[in-house]
Design a protein. Structure first.
Length: 73
């Protein structure tokens, strides 16, 4: 079984890289509030958003959540 992973899609170069924020389960990812965070892109070196709008969470079962899907109702 694969380990869950959270990726960020850079606003500038559009490449994905591993987020410095990692979550062990989808419930942890969905329950957190991420607004106005910035992180340096591992690919192009520019500062980019580290918010749920550009984060991709791949749970252990292979389900990928991203963008609007990452904000619970």
């Amino acid at each position: 079984m694969a380990e869950p992973v959270c990726l960020i899609k850079c606003d500038h170069c559009k490449r994905q890289f591993r987020s410095p924020l990692q979550f062990g389960a989808a419930t942890q990812f969905f329950s957190c509030m991420l607004i106005g965070n910035q992180v340096q892109c591992a690919e192009c070196g520019k500062m980019t958003g580290c918010d749920k709008e550009n984060m991709y969470f791949n749970d252990r079962d292979g389900t990928v959540f991203h963008g609007d899907e990452t904000i619970p109702d």
